[in-house]
Design a protein around this ligand. Structure first.
Ligand code: HEM
Length: 444
């Protein structure tokens, strides 16, 4: 994958009121080329908007309202249309009375997920998308209550000012990859799309299913981005202290630090981006995706527990161990978890899924407040009816009950130990009585 230069964009049509902010957004930086490719004319833009509204269960009008609130890029495209009817609608949308709509549309979230899966199949960008989600969420500061000052998963990473933070080197490529998906599904917020892309990548790479919710609200201007320096360094003087300082600030604990570090089972480090890693190794020189960099594991597109196994062994010169990775087997508290995860992939998957879901929610403001779940609880296959399941089972009778039953049997001349003997005399009497009854009926 080639690192594309950032090109300032110039939209020919009159900018929306928020243009000063949107011009600094990733959308505005990369949007021009994509937008002109996808939407060369007003009519095509209109088509694209109405088709996306059509996918949504909401009415076109409310969908467009939601759309405008969620995506600066979409707003720009929307407002850049010169058709009077569009302007009329735009004027309506800017009014105070706006209907209640969730931050993201559930159907569009599902559609976007399918597109992400397709993207992964052709670009093998699983690691990059995971890093994108993590870097949007990982700026969270639990000591700041106010949103969006507290940072976290709020889509701020789409703005150039934040993309330019040293820790985010290379993530502009992730934005470029998912921007067309954002354009196709404008009623999904950036904040949701980043997290959706990350979890989809993990799941598609063979990792655990992550219990996600959506509905994250986006920040709307670059001034709301967090300041630089909230993400961890790979080579600080005291890696364990540094990791605790950064991750405790996010409200995460030692177990979560170790589990989340396991995401390095995917991907590579590139010296031209972060300064860490070799330019290439035997595992990365042929890709897939853009060749080069140094991976933590041999199969760096497969999500498993090999990160912990490989760091523990440290046998292969071609595999990366950052100071912050190595310390996971040195610090006594971290070591408990690293050792466990190296032995037990199931335990790693379980803890990873929980920690990742927590990470993805950090600092997020949800609309609706409880979030949107797009994967309902898995439907269990209908259970086969087994009578025994519903019976109270075989129970031992009490002695008194046994005596009572015995007495009743013996009253009939039988015994519970032996089947009751047939009484021939009684049977003959019954047959004669029945015949007598029948013949009297016939005679009468
Ligand atoms: C514990 C502190 C962490 C440090 C110091 C750290 C540092 C780094 C560095 C230096 C890179 C190489 C970037 C490049 O050169 O392109 C990287 C890549 C990566 N990081 Fe982390 N990271 C940390 C935690 C995490 C967490 C919590 C996650 C996810 C939950 C994560 C996911 C990734 C992924 C998937 C890549 C590979 C990206 C690619 O191949 O393009 N990291 N990290």
């Amino acid at each position: 994958m080639q690192l594309l230069p950032l090109q300032p964009q110039s939209f020919s049509s009159s900018p929306p009121p928020s243009a000063s902010t949107a011009t600094a957004s990733m959308a505005s930086l990369t949007g021009a080329a994509t937008a002109s490719r996808l939407l060369p004319s007003a009519s095509r833009a209109r088509l694209s908007l109405s088709s996306s509204a059509g996918r949504s269960p909401a009415s076109p009008l409310s969908s467009l309202r939601c759309l405008r609130g969620s995506s600066p890029l979409a707003s720009r495209l929307f407002l850049s249309q010169r058709r009077p009817s569009m302007h009329l609608l735009a004027a309506q949308y800017s009014g105070a009375a706006s209907p209640k709509c969730a931050a993201s549309d559930p159907e569009q979230l599902k559609g976007a997920r399918e597109e992400i899966k397709e993207l992964l199949k052709t670009k093998f960008c699983h690691p990059l998308l995971v890093r994108l989600g993590w870097h949007d969420a990982g700026t969270y500061n639990k000591n700041i209550e106010e949103w969006p000052k507290r940072g976290g998963a709020n889509g701020s990473l789409r703005f150039e000012i934040e993309l330019k933070h040293a820790a985010n080197a290379g993530l502009v490529n992730a934005l470029k990859l998912i921007e067309p998906i954002k354009e196709k599904y404008p009623s999904v917020t950036y904040a949701d799309l980043f997290q959706l892309a990350s979890t989809t990548a993990i799941e598609e790479a063979g990792g655990p299913k992550i219990p996600m919710k959506y509905g994250r609200v986006d920040i709307s201007k670059p001034e709301e981005c967090p300041e630089e320096g909230r993400l961890p360094d790979a080579g600080p003087p005291s890696p364990a202290d540094h990791l605790r300082e950064v991750f405790y600030r996010m409200g995460l604990n030692d177990k979560e630090i170790v589990a989340l570090s396991g995401a390095h089972t995917l991907g590579r480090s590139r010296p031209e981006r972060s300064g860490w890693g070799k330019p290439e190794t035997k595992y990365t020189k042929d890709g897939p995706g853009a060749p080069g960099g140094q991976s933590w594991t041999v199969q760096w597109l497969k999500f498993d527990n090999s990160y912990f196994k490989d760091i523990k062994e440290r046998k292969d010169e071609d595999l990366l161990v950052l100071p912050t990775d190595g310390v996971l087997f040195e610090d006594p508290s971290f070591k408990v978890y690293s050792e466990k995860y190296a032995e037990d992939q199931e335990a790693f998957f379980k803890d990873y899924a929980e920690a990742h879901a927590k990470l993805s929610n950090l600092g997020a403001k949800f609309d609706p407040p409880e979030g949107i779940v797009i994967d309902g609880p898995a439907k269990a296959a209908p259970e086969k009816f087994v009578a025994a399941t519903y019976s109270s089972g075989k129970r031992e009778l009490s002695d008194t009950m046994k005596q009572k039953i015995r007495a009743e049997y013996e009253g009939f001349g039988g015994s519970p130990d032996k089947p009751l003997q047939s009484n021939y005399f009684l049977n003959i009497i019954i047959v004669i009585a029945a015949l007598a009854l029948l013949s009297s009926l016939v005679v009468n």
